[in-house]
Design a protein around this ligand. Structure first.
Ligand SMILES: Nc1ncnc2c1ncn2[C@@H]1O[C@H](COP(=O)(O)OP(=O)(O)OP(=O)(O)O)[C@@H](O)[C@H]1O
Ligand SMILES: [Mg+2]
Length: 352
């Protein structure tokens, strides 16, 4: 009897552990919309476009994929979509392995390539209707989505015009409408603001921000301020390698540069002489006749530095034209990360 009871307790325990393991496993995969494992792409047996990339994009996030020209962004995106075979490693999208045969999985993804091309004699209506048919949407679904999407991307008034007369902004917006037609869970956009004027960029970014309540978005861009404005997370790729991944806030904290720049009018030399007596200031440098950049230890409160510096400005009778802290600039953070990575690469190259 005791051994029978023991067996029941044992079996129940094993079931509980198994159920817990399954939940952790399923939840673990479900929270990642995209996961790559050691993803590598080598072109022509010599050019390493993507180098052992381990990327994770959380569900519901807007992930900015950043990197200089030729860093490997488009190649990665094409592998994520199953349009290109990796040389090594693999991609999972919503926990499912992506391959060129994953047509079902691709239906959950909307894709906007860089500088999309459309048949010039079609109109947004005829083109989107055609794409809707390819996705197997019913006539009623196509009609309702077409009207709401052309309105959302601000193409309602040009919906019956031939695409050949469209501006870059209109082409991008049509591409976005096409990418959204199948109501995807994941939207992948390769440089959606490329070639857009400030108004076009703003309306595209506003649209993406408003979509995010329902979708995961991966957006590649060179324009750091765009990434900073709309993205929750950021991944930086350089020469095929992921050199940073995390939230934008973490990124800024990670490479916080403790410096301020002052633009002054007056006797800047006298001001610099007085700076030498400020204990917290580690270094300063004149940039041109009227600008001074000073740096201080990261643990020193910026307020204390600013108060000290401003009292010198006032005592020396200078005018303060502008004051900037570079600790908030994502552009600086990006460049610092690239410099760090390049110097590591250099060290690796010279190390015996
Ligand atoms: N089909 C291909 N055959 C050979 N080399 C390629 C091919 N596609 C891309 N490359 C090379 O792979 C590297 C990465 O290119 P990729 O287009 O992925 O960069 P990217 O980060 O998207 O750049 P950009 O910001 O200019 O769009 C580059 O050196 C590029 O020349
Ligand atoms: Mg590209």
């Amino acid at each position: 009897m005791r051994s029978h009871l023991f067996r029941i307790v044992f079996v129940l325990n094993i079931r509980c552990i198994y159920a817990y393991y399954q939940r952790v496993r399923i939840e673990g995969t479900l929270t990642q919309a995209i996961k790559t494992a050691n993803l590598t792409k080598i072109f022509n047996s010599k050019l390493i476009a993507v180098n052992n990339l381990n990327l994770e994009v959380e569900e519901g996030s807007i992930f900015g994929f950043l990197g200089p020209n030729g860093a490997g962004k488009t190649t990665t995106i094409r592998i994520l979509l199953g349009l290109l075979y990796p040389t090594a490693g693999e991609v999972t999208v919503f926990g499912e392995k992506m391959t060129p045969n994953s047509a079902g999985l691709r239906k959950r993804i909307g894709y906007l390539p860089t500088s999309p091309k459309f048949p010039p004699t079609m109109t947004p209506i005829t083109y989107l209707n055609y794409v809707g048919k390819l996705f197997g949407l019913t006539k009623a679904e196509r009609t309702s989505r077409l009207s709401s999407l052309t309105r959302a991307v601000d193409l309602l008034h040009s919906a019956s015009h031939e695409i050949k007369g469209f501006s870059t902004g209109m082409i991008t917006r049509l591409g976005l409408a096409a990418a959204l037609l199948n109501e995807p869970d994941l939207l992948i956009l390769d440089e959606p603001t490329l070639g857009l004027d400030p108004v076009g960029r703003k309306s595209t970014l506003d649209l993406l921000e408003n979509l995010n309540s329902k979708k995961t978005i991966l957006v590649s861009s060179h324009i750091l301020s765009d990434i900073e404005r709309i993205c929750t997370h950021i991944g930086i790729i350089n020469e095929g390698k992921l050199i940073y991944s995390g939230t934008i806030k973490e990124m800024k904290q990670h490479i916080k540069k403790s410096s301020i720049q002052l633009e002054l009018d007056g006797d800047v030399t006298a001001f610099c002489d007085r700076l030498r007596s400020v204990e917290d200031i580690v270094d300063f440098e004149r940039r041109g006749d009227f600008t001074v950049e000073l740096s201080f230890a990261p643990n020193v409160p910026i307020l204390r530095i600013v108060q000290n510096v401003l009292s010198i400005v006032s005592n020396e009778g200078l005018d303060l034209i502008s004051i900037n802290s570079s600790s908030d600039s994502i552009e600086d953070a990006f460049l610092t990360l690239l410099e760090e990575e390049e110097s590591r690469g250099f060290l690796r190259a010279v190390e015996p």
